[in-house]
Structure formats: C-alpha cells, structure tokens
Design a protein. Structure first.
Length: 357
C-alpha cells in the first residue's frame, strides 16, 4: 500500500485557479493549432460581411499568421473590447444562442483573447467606412490595447499574429513538427469555406515556402453558377463527374453536388466530404454528419457496385435549416451542431439521396 505521506499531495482541497491559468486553459481548448487560428479569423471576417479574405501563413505555421478582409471594420468604440474575453457583438445573453444559427459563425468572444494570450505579438489594423485613415492596434497578452498608431489600408481589417504558441512550448514544438500537415488542413478548411460561401473570394499564400505548391486561390466571378464554383474548388476532373441537386421538405432546404451513378471512381476518390449547416462548414468525422456521409456512401454503392471500393468519395452539401432547429454551441471549435431532431435531418437527406440515385 502506498503511504500518502510520501506523495506530493496538495496541502488543501479545492482552490480557485489564478485567472492567468484559467485563461491559458481556455485558450488551449479553443486554439489547438495554427489552423484553428485561421478558422477563427475567417469566421470573424465573414461575420464582418467580407467578400474577400486573404490568408498568409509562414511555412512553419507559427512565425506569422495574417488574415486580411474587406469587411466593415471595427468601429472606435469597440476597440477596447475587441480582445477582451467573453466580449461579443453577436449575443447579449444565453437565450440568444438559439438564434445564432445562420446569422453568425462566431459568438463566444473567446478567440481573439486566446490569440493575444498565446502569441508573441498581435496587431489589428482596421478601418471603417467614412474614416480617412486606418488605425493599428497593438494588443498585449492580457487583451488590452498597448498602443495605437495611424496606418494605411482600405476599409476592412487585418489581423497579424506572430510567434504563435509562444507561451506553450510543447504545443509550439508539435506545430513545428507537423507544419506540413497543418498547412494542408488550412487549405482544406478554406476549400470548405469556399463551398459554404461560394460568392466570397478566398486566397491562401504560404510565405517563405520552397515552392508555391501550398498556395491556393478561389476567385468567383459575378453570376457564378454552382457548377463553376465546384470546378474552381476541386478541379474539372472531379466536378465533371457530379451533378447538382436540391430538395425542400419539412422546412429544410438542401443543395448538394453529388457524384453521378455512372461516375468514375478514380476521379471522385480521396476528395472527401464538404458539409455545411446554414453555410457553416462542419466536421464530418463524428456525430450526425458522420452518419450522413455513411448514408451517402451506402446509396452510392447501391447505385453502382463498382464504386463500393472508392475511398473517401467526394460529396458537397449545404443544409439550410428552420429557425431554432439546432444548437451551435456544443464544440469549442464550433464545427458541429446538435439538432433537436437528428432522425428528421437524416430522413430528409436520405430522401434527396434516393431521388438522386
């Protein structure tokens, strides 16, 4: 038996953690890697009604992360709160969460505070309509504004993060070790946003890279058709094997780009699933979305047995939902939702799949 007197046990029971520790614990749940920083900044840009978003990431993913947008900018009265934890313009109390739905991507007021806490420096350059010049806000780790200065840029916001994970050396080393994988995740994520928001321009540039292989641009033209959007995101080879289909039933409106029953397996393989809920890209690796993808694969297999062995076939789908039909506040990353009636959603999707196949 172990003698408890030999163990390094706390001298007392439950204690209140220091606020500095609470902040770091919370931040590391929301911002798990550099791609999560990019995601949060893209969400902010889209919530600012940006129609063009430019992402710049250093090749090692942590030296510099910069996101520029042409959204409405940050008005002066909001500057002091822009990086303060739990300060948000999206909701006023807990009951407002049920109305977030398709209105906003972000709503908790955690991300910017977490970025400030975990980075070497954080600078926000912003300008709103009617202002003659922009302002550069230099933010300290506490989320407070350390200094301001005049800057030059059009209406919109630029967020520049340097030395990400400065305060978390283990995470920093892991990010450096897996930088190539993270860059691929960022590119894949931006493709998902392009499918979810096909009228928005997206650009990714990897700085200090040996080649331009990691760069990616999605530039929609006015009057872009769904087929044109898919062609620009995934390329002609896969897009040529698919057709658009749509269905409205029980208050849900589904738009999907699905492989045809006679699609060539090799051309749709390894492209994977792009699913969004009210134009919010969501994960397909768990929960209801995983079941949805499984249902698609089963219908595809039944339509053409030759496609049964096709690995990770392409599917793109956006589900527009009735108000108050799901909760979007269930994951730190906000990449999943909890439906009030998941079986109803699966039934609606399966009806569309049966009609298509």
């Amino acid at each position: 038996m172990v003698d408890e007197s030999d163990l390094d046990l706390p001298k007392s029971g439950i204690i209140a953690l220091p606020q500095s520790t609470v902040k770091r614990i919370g931040s590391s749940q929301v911002l798990v890697d550099p791609s999560s920083v990019v995601k949060e900044l893209i969400d902010n840009a889209l919530d600012a009604r940006a129609t063009a978003i430019f992402v710049f990431v250093s090749a090692n993913t942590i030296d510099c992360i910069e996101v520029k947008d042409n959204g409405h900018g940050i008005p002066a009265e909001d500057w002091p709160l822009v990086c303060r934890r739990y300060c948000t313009s999206k909701i006023r109390d807990f009951d407002d969460l049920k109305e977030v739905g398709g209105k906003w991507l972000g709503f908790r007021g955690e991300a910017m505070a977490g970025i400030a806490e975990m980075s070497g420096t954080l600078g926000i350059t912003t300008r709103v309509e009617g202002e003659s010049v922009a302002v550069l806000l230099k933010i300290g780790r506490s989320g407070e504004i350390e200094s301001t200065e005049r800057a030059s840029r059009p209406v919109g916001t630029t967020v520049k993060v340097t030395n990400f994970f400065k305060t978390l050396p283990v995470r920093k080393q892991a990010a450096l070790k897996h930088s190539a994988r993270c860059l691929a995740q960022i590119k894949r994520m931006m493709q998902a946003y392009a499918f979810a928001r096909p009228t928005v321009r997206f650009s990714l540039q990897v700085r200090k890279a040996k080649t331009d292989k990691g760069n990616w641009v999605y530039a929609p033209k006015p009057g872009l058709s769904p087929e044109d959007a898919a062609l620009k995101v995934i390329g002609r080879e896969c897009a040529s094997q698919c057709n658009w289909t749509a269905l409205e039933v029980d208050g849900f409106e589904i738009q999907a780009f699905l492989p045809r029953p006679d699609a060539a397996g090799a051309k749709i393989a390894n492209e994977g699933a792009f699913i969004s809920i009210d134009s919010r890209p969501v994960s397909t690796s768990r929960g209801l979305m995983r079941q949805l993808v499984a249902a698609f694969k089963e219908r595809l297999r039944k339509a053409n047995l030759a496609l049964a062995s096709t690995k990770d076939p392409f599917i793109c789908m956006n589900i527009k939902c009735p108000p108050d039909s799901y909760d979007s506040n269930i994951e730190p990353a906000k990449d999943d939702v909890l439906f009030e009636n998941g079986e109803l959603v699966l039934g609606v999707v399966d009806k569309l799949l049966r009609l298509h196949y």
